[in-house]
Write a protein that binds this ligand. Structure first.
Ligand code: SF4
Length: 230
């Protein structure tokens, strides 16, 4: 992290204000229950959400979208049900590992697992096969409602363009920027991350649409592109 990170707090607060004004409330995460959020977080690794929705719908129809259902269903059957989410054999093993931990350590109770403080919960989730930092934080923020900022590829891209070199390369360095800049409020973290995803998908795309971007006056990359284009 270089010296610019010290000044990024006011910038990140202003970015939130503008994105909220531009895109409105995002009301994430689209799910009927905390357990569905957790399963969706595992399924969404490396795949579009529309594919995850099909897999979740299959799990619901088969009556296995519950701690007991995931525990009881044979792994081959589970893999077939989640096939639309891609990497289905790998993800089936991850879901089984998650269900196993729920039953071996928390009597099958998600609430029991979520009763831990955020740091202990994160440590436990990271110790489960196939759950990395982003997935763990998705579960902690969106399912457990505890304030840890989620860092994903969209977030990294927007931050890297706003202030090149201000963070990274590690996940924790990006996360620290948001934790230092914002009050520890899970609703705010929820909304801000959802806004960054929306912005990354529609405006700050791989090829950025700086001409349409509300952040252009704040953004180093946007400023450089405007200067180049005269
Ligand atoms: S000005 Fe351009 S590079 Fe900067 S955030 Fe907006 S779209 Fe991304």
């Amino acid at each position: 992290m270089n010296h610019e990170s010290a000044d990024i707090g006011p910038l990140l607060r202003e970015v939130y204000r503008r994105l909220r004004e531009e895109h409105g409330a995002q009301n994430w995460w689209p799910a009927d229950s905390a357990f569905e959020v957790a399963v969706g977080a595992i399924l969404t690794q490396s795949v579009a959400w529309s594919n995850v929705e099909k897999a979740l719908s299959n799990l619901k129809s088969a009556g296995v979208l519950s701690p007991k259902g995931l525990w009881d269903v044979p792994v081959e059957e589970l893999a077939a049900l989640i096939r639309p989410s891609g990497y289905f054999n790998v993800k089936a093993r991850r879901l089984k590992a998650f269900a196993e931990r729920l039953w071996t350590e928390h009597q099958g109770s998600l609430e029991g697992m979520f009763a831990m403080d955020a740091a202990s919960l994160r440590e436990e989730l990271l110790s489960i096969h196939g759950i990395g930092e982003e997935t763990a934080d998705d579960i902690i923020l969106y399912a457990a409602g505890k304030p840890l900022f989620v860092i994903d590829a969209y977030t990294r891209r927007v931050v890297d363009r706003l202030r090149p070199g201000c963070a990274g390369p590690g996940y924790g360095e990006y996360q620290r920027l948001f934790h230092d800049a914002l009050p520890k409020d899970s609703s705010l973290f929820n909304e801000y991350h959802a806004l960054l995803v929306r912005h990354g998908k529609h405006v700050c795309r791989k090829t950025p649409r700086c001409g349409e971007c509300r952040l252009v006056g704040l953004c180093v990359t946007g400023g450089e592109m405007a200067a180049r284009n005269g």
